[in-house]
Design a protein around this ligand. Structure first.
Ligand SMILES: Cc1ncc(COP(=O)(O)O)c(C=O)c1O
Length: 448
């Protein structure tokens, strides 16, 4: 046991696995055992490990300018280049970019921008934010309050009321649909619930609704067809902005540059991190449309400084690496590659639909999950997380990293650089893990 307190870990669990090195889509533990990184770390290492071009870019940036801050209008060439590149790439009109170091801090920045904007535009009451059950937006006090997962709330006394967090239902048809409800009816119900919530709270008090295109940590939940169109129509009726959390879905994960494009979202604000640098170094971006940025620039003379910024906002290393990573994505056609390999992965995953343990198969682009259930016919879930955790451990024994999520779902999110042969390897190892899990469930008497 070392001196470390581990993040998102049972405080009793300590050194469970020591990852010693990585190469391409593989990592190796301290004994030299190889694992296909089927989760791209924490949904982030899209270009895999050991990319020489990125390493060289980082080395040059550190030689030239290892640090410069961005307070008071100070800046540097790598930050300027990145902001312009990102702004040109994102599906947000006349996008403006604020840089940080994590997905959580990007979402916190957007909370603050919403509040500053509300005052600047003479509607200081317009600060409430609608967030969804099963959404994940980070773990700082504000972003955790937006997150809709009970384990991220428990014991923390989060400031839900102070932040004006309003909660609406998850777009999870498999788990949340009523008996006999069609997908279209489910979507209509979710849109109607949203509208009732807005009317009950007062539309003039609500600034934005935050949503991931596909919920990641909440279970890889793919919204039914027409979901965002229906939600967007309600928001537009009341002048409420759509805030798109692209921390997982951004940069090709769903087989398009951004999840917003894939799912027909029309956001005014966006949070990015993770694959922005392919996780070679920490960097995040909080992005807003030009009209929002312009609206706060005018009154700023009276309002005073936008008193929010991090020492590492626009760190030169992160900016240089992100700029290079974005170039590689485009040059190597990785978003298109992700669409092709993603279809192949979805076909592989769909074959597990007949497995006795699998209740739902979710797949879009290079993101996927299986929900393991005690009874396929009734959808009866297993208690706790034991079965999903067993399955992930069995996959690890076979040399594959997958991630157990709440509701006994196991997730897949491999690096975008993998080829079909890697997908075959994933399916083989995952299939064997599912069979071991079935043996475990049978032996323990957990199934129907
Ligand atoms: C959709 C989403 N938003 C925000 C975050 C928070 O990012 P970070 O862990 O970098 O703070 C995550 C992290 O997994 C995420 O998946």
């Amino acid at each position: 046991m070392t001196a470390m307190i581990y993040p998102t870990t049972n405080p009793e669990a300590t050194e469970v696995m020591v990852v010693a090195r990585g190469e391409g889509p593989y990592i190796y533990d301290e004994t030299g055992k190889q694992y296909l990184e089927g989760m791209a770390g924490l949904w982030c290492t899209s270009l895999g490990y050991g990319n020489e071009e990125i390493i060289e870019t980082a080395r040059r940036q550190m030689e030239e300018l290892s640090f410069s801050h961005m307070f008071g209008g100070k800046t540097h060439p790598s930050a300027i280049e990145l902001a312009d590149k990102l702004a040109a790439m994102t599906p947000i009109d006349d996008a403006r970019v604020f840089l940080g170091a994590s997905g959580s801090d990007a979402n916190d920045t957007l909370v603050k921008l919403i509040r500053y904007h509300a005052v600047a535009t003479g509607q200081p009451q317009r600060v409430k934010i609608i967030a969804r059950e099963k959404g994940y937006h980070g773990v700082t006090l504000a972003s955790a309050a937006l997150t809709g997962l009970p384990p991220n709330h428990a014991h923390f006394q989060l400031p839900f009321d102070a932040l004006g967090v309003l909660r609406t239902g998850a777009p999870h048809y498999y788990r949340c649909a009523e008996e006999g409800e069609s997908e279209a009816d489910f979507v209509a119900r979710r849109a109607n619930e949203l509208e009732q919530l807005i009317l009950a709270e007062g539309p003039e008090t609500i600034a934005a609704m935050i949503a991931e295109p596909v919920n990641g940590a909440g279970g890889v939940i793919i919204p039914p067809a027409g979901y965002f169109e229906a939600i967007q129509a309600v928001l537009d009726r009341y002048g409420i902005l759509l805030w798109d959390d692209e921390v997982i879905c951004g940069f090709g994960r769903l087989g398009a540059a951004f999840g917003a494009e894939k799912l027909n979202m029309k956001p005014k604000m966006m949070a990015c991190a993770k694959a922005l640098t392919s996780a070679y170094v920490p960097l995040s971006a909080a992005i807003v449309s030009g009209d929002i940025a312009d609206a706060i620039a005018g009154p700023a003379a009276e309002m005073g400084v936008f008193g929010h910024g991090y020492t590492y906002s626009g760190h030169p290393l992160g900016c240089a690496v992100a700029s290079k990573v974005l170039d590689i994505y485009v040059r190597d056609g990785l978003f298109e590659h992700a669409a092709v390999i993603g279809d192949y992965m979805a076909t592989g995953l769909s074959k597990f639909a007949d497995h006795p343990l699998v209740g739902e198969v979710s797949a879009m682009g290079m993101l996927g999950a299986l929900e393991l259930v005690a009874d396929k016919n009734t959808k009866r879930p297993f208690d706790g997380m034991k079965v999903g955790q067993f399955c992930a451990k069995a996959a690890e024994t076979n040399g594959l990293i997958i991630r157990p999520l709440g509701g006994n779902r196991v997730a897949l999110c491999p690096p975008l650089i993998i080829q079909k042969a890697h997908v075959d390897e994933i399916m083989d190892k995952l299939g064997r893990a599912l069979d071991s899990t079935l043996d475990f469930v049978t032996t323990e008497g957990l199934a129907a």
